[in-house]
Every structure is written in structure tokens, then in C-alpha cells.
Design a protein around this ligand. Structure first.
Ligand SMILES: [Ca+2]
Ligand SMILES: [Ca+2]
Length: 612
């Protein structure tokens, strides 16, 4: 059931686990027969519009003919209808109306009109109506449980579908001939670019199916960002010329070459995220925090991609480990992803890939962590990682499970959020997903990690989240302090509380004192010389992590201004750096405000609650 064979082995191996411009507004009076949707499109400033035109040609209406059918008269009506359509088209000339379809069976014409012609048509006495020729999306059946859990179906319905962005999938290739993934020769409308690094050719046809299913979870019609594009970067060698099977493993140098390709081609393909549902485990059972020192090659590559504005999303691995993540998901600048269930099952057992059972969940329930999902304190996010029903190589449907599809879901979520918040940096995008996610406790190790909620993420007000622009502040060893700052602006209400995301790559957090200082100088110690070696600080204080002193000191204060995270390393020997700092002010609840101020609800400023 789990795609285990290509998954984990020892470290050298890998697992697969409109443009708008100013235009004068158009009123219904200017274009009396225009439908509201066409008026809205014209108001947006469109130069040309695809339209359908209802024509009065003297023939009985479709409704009248349904009431009194007249089959004998139909050949004559066809001639009359098309003649009327052609007269109108000739009068307008192709410059003003480029005809797409004449319809002999309907009193209707389709084409693309200039703005001026569309308005003129909507005022003619021989035109019944003019409507916008809408674009149809593939009609989905009911959304699958994973989409419902992370609310990507609701997010998509708001128009956040990932248009204009691409996800680079570093994997086994992508079957671009499958209808859900473009259904045409490479490159096509879905798989817009890519390469085959492993076989050193330009054709990234999938040799396994894993990469195709990853692309489908991230950007397929039943995935998280159905309008996003895919850049297919193949890093597994095909065993034969027909790409029927892949080699079992890929090399890290090829994965790094894939990251290099994505950075080089970022602008060409508008790449927002790199998806790496691959990795290898450490060959020991020790606690491993961030592994920048263990894998400097991946670290340089992922740091560079992040600096170039690309979010690198990496699977945590499927080894049921509770004290380490797979390489390279353990790199501090990678966004590591673990798996939860999207639905209930009485009992689920997962294979170890060698004929045995790796682990069993009994029962499995929505938001329960899947027992194979690797976890430790530096895990970034959780997402659905079981029972994705998506297309695979060759076009069949697959039930796809693992931290691999969970990672693809996060790549899709990054793209949705980027569409809503083009202002956010890679770290900011991850920070919003973390701050708006639902905290899920891992019963195996007590680590609490946010499960993505795409709707809450896209609806978080810009004033309700501030992130530090710097992401690698060195902490002095043994004395002094390092600081990172985040500036809140436009937050109009007093705060009930504040939530802080702090990520500090340090091998011995017990050497650290971490303090939050508000805009007015109020300070609260978040963490004071506590923690465990090789368990770096990756905290959501005020949400999933407790604080040394109460955050209540900030209640009722104003949020606007500069917030400071101060980190002191009190013991000489080893040190580290601040990787991320963000502040999420939580407004006093509207109900409280109404009670206190007794104002009418319509006058209370509306805010999107960051934690609905
Ligand atoms: Ca190839
Ligand atoms: Ca130190």
C-alpha cells in the first residue's frame, strides 16, 4: 500500500517516499443587454473580452420550440440563424469581433470582441444579451478527505488555485501524457518545463509513478493547487529506454543539480516551491537536530534556493523514527513535512518494504499522526499523508500514502498562499502556514507540530503577522546577545495575546535565554536555559509551546511597532543562529469589545481572526 520500495535505506540511498488597466467604468445604462459578469469584466479594464451574443433573428426561441416542436421547419431555421450571425459579424468586421463559433442550432454567436464592440453590441436592438464566455474548470466530484481536512477545496473556491506559479518536482520524473498532468507531449500546459538529470537527457518522463502522483497531489485537478504548473526534474535513472522502471536510488549530487536547475530557471517558469519527497536516514539511532553539519552539500543548495525566493519542501521520511528526520529534510532551511490521516479507519498497518509490518495504527483518525511519519522537534509542518486518490504513471488512479504526498500537499499550500500574499518571503510563507495551522501533538515524543490549514493561511490579515527579514543571525558564544526584529503595522485593535514563532539552530538549547520585547519595551522571557541537546528550538510560543514567563504582560497593549527577539548564549563552547522569528498578534475578541464598548456590531472593525 505504501510506496515503500523506493523509500528509505541507509544514508547514501534515497527514499521516494489580466492584466488590468485604468478604464472608464461601464454602467448597465451604457450596455443595457450586458450580463452582470460581462459588466464586471469590462469594469476590470479588459481590452478584449470573449463573449457569447444572443441574437434576435426572427426564429422561435429554444423554449418556444421545446413547447411546440417543429422538426420540419428546422433546416430553414438553421439557414436563417447562421445568416443573421454572419450579417452581424460582417458588420462588426474581424477587427472588432473575431468570431470563434457560428451555431446553426442556436440564435447565438461566440467570439472575442474589443471593449468598444462589446459595449456597442450590448446596446443593439437586434441583440438580446451579451455575456462573458467563462472558463470551465474540470468538474470535480466531491473533494477527497485530504482536501477537506486542509480546506484547500474552500481555498480553491475563493479563487486561490495556484495560477501563474510552478512547483519544481525533484523526483522520478512526471508522466506528462496523463490527462491530469497535461495529456500531451513534453512540455505541455501543465508540465511546462524540466529535465532529466539522472539520464542526462531533456525528457523527464516518469520511470516509476511516484513523481506523477506527487505532481497530482500538488497541482492535479484533485490536488491542492489545481492551476499551478509543474517543472519535472528527474533524478532517478531509468533502467531501460522505455522508462518502464527506475533505479532504486538517486544520488544527492543529482538532487542538488535539480535544485540548481530550479534556481537557474526560477524566472522562466515562475517557480515558487521545490518539492523533494526523497531522502535517506542516518545510519544510527542518535538524536539528530538540524543536520546542516552532517550534509553541507544539501544545506548549501537549500540555503541558496531559499535565498533566491524559493521554498524548499522536503519529506521527513517514513521510518517511524521519533528522534530524527531524514536527510535532507533535517537541513535547517528546509521545510520538513510529516504525515497525518485525513480520515478514520479501524486499523491500518504499514509495510516495512521487506515483507514485514513497520507499524500499525488502531484506530486511525483524522489528524492522527501516521505511525511511519518521522518526527523530532525540528519538524516544520504536518499534512495529510495517507489515502490520496490521485493519478499515477500510465493514467490509473492510485491510493498514495507516505510523507511524500504530505510534502506535495504543503508545496501546493505554499503556492496558494503565495497567490494571496505575494509580499511574503519563503520564511514568511512557512511562518504563516505554521502560525495558522492546527497544533497536533505526536503521542510518541510529545512534539506539537502545526497541520496546514490553507483557508486560515490565505485569510490571515497582513497586519496580523510580522516576520523578521533576516534569517541567519549568528548568536555570540558565551556572552552578549543576538537579536532579530519583526515590525507589525496596521493592526488597529488592542491585543489579547501574542503568538511567537522562533526557530533557533543550536545544538544545546539549554545554553540559551530567549526574550521577547514588545514595541513599548515590555519584555517576557520565553525560554530560559531549558531544553534537550540536539533538539533545536522550533517553537510557537503562546500556541504549541509554553513560555518561562506569561505572555499576559502584552494583553491590552498595542501591537504596532517593532518586536524584538533577543537570544543570549550563556555557555562557552558551541553556539548557533536565529533562523526565524515572527509575531502574530491576536486581537481582543469582538464579543469582548462589544461588551466593553457597547457599540453596535456594524461599527466594530472587522478582523480576520488568525486562529478561527
Ligand atoms: Ca529521460
Ligand atoms: Ca554556547
Amino acid at each position: 500500500m505504501r510506496r515503500q520500495t523506493l523509500l528509505f535505506a541507509a544514508l547514501p540511498c534515497l527514499f521516494l517516499a489580466v492584466s488590468a488597466r485604468a478604464a472608464s467604468p461601464v454602467s448597465a445604462g451604457d450596455a443595457p443587454n450586458a450580463t452582470p459578469s460581462l459588466l464586471r469584466e469590462l469594469d476590470r479594464g479588459a481590452d478584449t473580452v470573449p463573449i457569447l451574443i444572443g441574437i434576435k433573428d426572427g426564429t422561435p426561441s429554444a423554449r418556444a420550440l421545446r413547447a411546440s416542436p417543429d422538426l420540419e421547419g428546422e433546416p430553414e431555421r438553421r439557414i436563417i440563424r447562421v445568416a443573421a450571425q454572419k450579417r452581424l459579424a460582417e458588420e462588426l468586421t474581424p477587427q472588432r469581433l473575431a468570431v470563434k463559433h457560428y451555431y446553426e442550432s442556436f440564435s447565438m454567436l461566440a467570439g472575442t470582441a474589443t471593449r468598444e464592440a462589446a459595449i456597442a453590441l450590448a446596446g443593439r436592438t437586434d441583440v438580446l444579451w451579451v455575456e462573458l464566455d467563462r472558463r470551465a474548470h474540470l468538474l470535480q466530484t466531491t473533494p477527497q478527505n485530504s482536501q477537506i481536512l486542509v480546506r484547500s477545496d474552500q481555498t480553491n473556491a475563493l479563487g486561490f488555485r495556484g495560477a501563474g506559479q510552478a512547483i519544481a518536482v525533484i523526483d522520478t520524473g512526471v508522466d506528462y501524457m496523463v490527462a491530469d498532468l497535461g495529456g500531451a507531449a513534453f512540455p505541455n500546459t501543465k508540465v511546462i518545463g524540466g529535465t532529466d538529470i539522472a539520464d542526462n537527457d531533456s525528457d523527464p518522463m516518469d520511470c516509476e509513478g511516484h513523481g506523477s502522483s506527487i505532481a497530482a497531489v500538488a497541482a492535479g485537478p484533485r490536488g491542492v493547487a489545481p492551476d499551478a504548473k509543474i517543472v519535472a526534474i528527474k533524478v532517478f535513472s531509468s533502467k531501460d529506454a522505455t522508462n518502464a522502471t527506475c533505479q532504486d536510488t538517486a544520488s544527492f549530487s543529482d538532487i542538488i543539480a535539480g535544485i540548481n536547475y530550479a534556481i537557474t530557471n526560477k524566472a522562466t517558469f515562475a517557480i515558487t516551491a521545490i518539492n523533494i519527497s526523497l531522502g535517506g536516514t542516518f545510519d544510527d539511532s542518535l538524536d539528530h537536530g538540524y543536520c546542516d553539519g552532517d550534509d553541507p552539500g544539501s544545506t548549501i543548495a537549500i540555503d541558496a534556493a531559499t535565498a533566491a525566493g524559493i521554498v524548499v519542501v522536503v519529506a521527513s521520511g517514513n521510518d517511524a523514527l521519533t528522534n530524527q528526520l531524514a536527510v535532507p529534510s533535517c537541513v535547517s532551511s528546509a521545510v520538513s513535512v510529516g504525515a497525518v490521516y485525513p480520515e478514520s479507519r479501524t486499523r491500518v498497518s504499514w509495510s516495512d518494504g521487506a515483507g514485514g509490518v513497520l507499524c500499525t495504527d488502531q484506530p486511525a483518525s483524522p489528524d492522527g499522526i501516521v505511525c511511519f511519519s518521522n518526527s523530532t522537534s525540528n519538524l516544520s509542518l504536518l499534512a495529510p499523508g495517507a489515502f490520496w486518490s490521485v493519478v499515477t504513471k500510465g493514467g490509473g488512479q492510485d491510493s498514495f500514502s507516505g510523507t511524500s504526498p504530505a510534502t506535495a500537499a504543503v508545496s501546493g499550500a505554499i503556492v496558494l498562499l503565495r497567490q494571496a500574499r505575494p509580499d511574503l518571503s519563503p520564511v514568511g510563507l512557512v511562518g504563516v502556514l505554521r502560525s495558522t495551522g492546527k497544533g497536533i501533538a505526536d503521542p510518541r515524543n510529545g512534539v506539537v507540530t502545526p497541520r496546514i490549514d490553507t483557508l486560515a493561511a490565505v485569510q490571515l490579515a497582513a497586519s496580523g503577522f510580522a516576520v523578521s527579514p533576516t534569517t541567519a543571525v549568528d548568536i555570540p558564544d558565551g556572552s552578549g546577545s543576538a537579536t532579530a526584529t519583526a515590525t507589525v503595522s496596521g493592526f488597529t485593535r488592542p491585543i489579547a495575546n501574542v503568538q511567537v514563532w522562533a526557530e533557533i539552530n543550536h545544538p544545546a538549547p539549554a545554553q540559551l535565554r530567549v526574550t521577547l520585547i514588545g514595541p513599548d519595551g515590555t519584555s517576557v522571557v520565553l525560554q530560559d536555559q531549558t531544553g534537550q541537546a540536539e533538539h533545536p528550538i522550533n517553537a510557537l510560543y503562546g500556541d504549541t509551546n509554553a513560555t518561562a514567563q506569561s505572555l499576559g504582560a502584552f494583553t491590552g497593549k498595542q501591537a504596532n511597532g517593532t518586536w524584538t527577539l533577543k537570544v543570549e548564549d550563556l555557555v562557552v563552547g558551541v553556539t548557533g543562529r536565529i533562523r526565524a522569528f515572527a509575531v502574530t498578534p491576536i486581537p481582543l475578541a469582538e464579543r469582548q469589545s462589544i461588551t466593553k464598548r457597547t457599540v453596535s456590531s456594524s461599527r466594530v472593525p472587522r478582523h480576520v481572526n488568525p486562529r478561527p
